[in-house]
Design a binder for this molecule. Sequence first.
Ligand SMILES: C[S@@+](CC[C@H](N)C(=O)[O-])C[C@H]1O[C@@H](n2cnc3c(N)ncnc32)[C@H](O)[C@@H]1O
Length: 261
Amino acid sequence: MDDHAEFLRERQTNSAAMAKDGKVAELTRDWIHATAEHKYSYNFDWCGLPIIQYPQDMVAMQEIIWDVKPQVIVETGIARGGSLVFYSSLLGMLEDAGLATDTRVVGVDIDIRPHNRTRIESHPLAKRIELLQGGSVDDSTVAAVWDLIGDRSPALVCLDSNHTHDHVLAELERYAPMVDVGSYLVVFDTVIEFMPEDAYPNRPWGVGDNAYTAVQAFLQAVGEGKITDRQGREMAFETNFDIDNRLLISVAPSGYLKRVA
Ligand SMILES: C[S@@+](CC[C@H](N)C(=O)[O-])C[C@H]1O[C@@H](n2cnc3c(N)ncnc32)[C@H](O)[C@@H]1O
């Protein structure tokens, strides 16, 4: 085994052991809960726009984008646009490296506030960003996303809008078929399931009703052939637990889904 392969093997072994360490798991859960009360995920910018993510998840997305080399990235939930600019910057990097051409980022949000739209549309990295205002599971929105994807491939999808079980499951049913085999469907805020029962007093989601429970229902339905692609063909997705093991601190545990068939 060469040195690089040996390094990766050792890293996988170490991170799997770390993820099984009960003390680390407890500290991680406590840390995420304590800092969420201070809105930790609101603390960061990407190229000047607020990105409501944990830095760890952004590093994981960079790894996935380098691996998949998507021609289009779709995200539901835009907020202040930092994540769209993040994806645009990485697709621009792929283009500069000669690894992709004519790339696009498609952002969907039910409420694109005028000042956010202005900041996103006037950003130096806006040229490959398309904004769609509408409910993410509305038929007209989903049809518009398919149109913007066109024949671009591979497509990568990130879900980060309303985090209730029913909404995320409805998104999964509609957006999973957009993901090409070998690419990823990333579901953010699955971490809600692992927080204390009273962690989200003013939100429609909470323990037992969130993105994680939706992912579990989705994987079961896909496995039973109840959710298929647009041609009615069966699909298969696998959770990338290696990413979870290495990040630990993440809003998307069990949310990095690779389409394998
Ligand atoms: C967590 S924020 C998105 C954060 C963003 N992805 C980022 O990384 O900076 C959630 C966004 O989802 C949007 N949203 C909520 N319900 C929605 C729905 N039904 N359809 C589309 N967007 C929705 C909200 O308006 C809000 O901007």
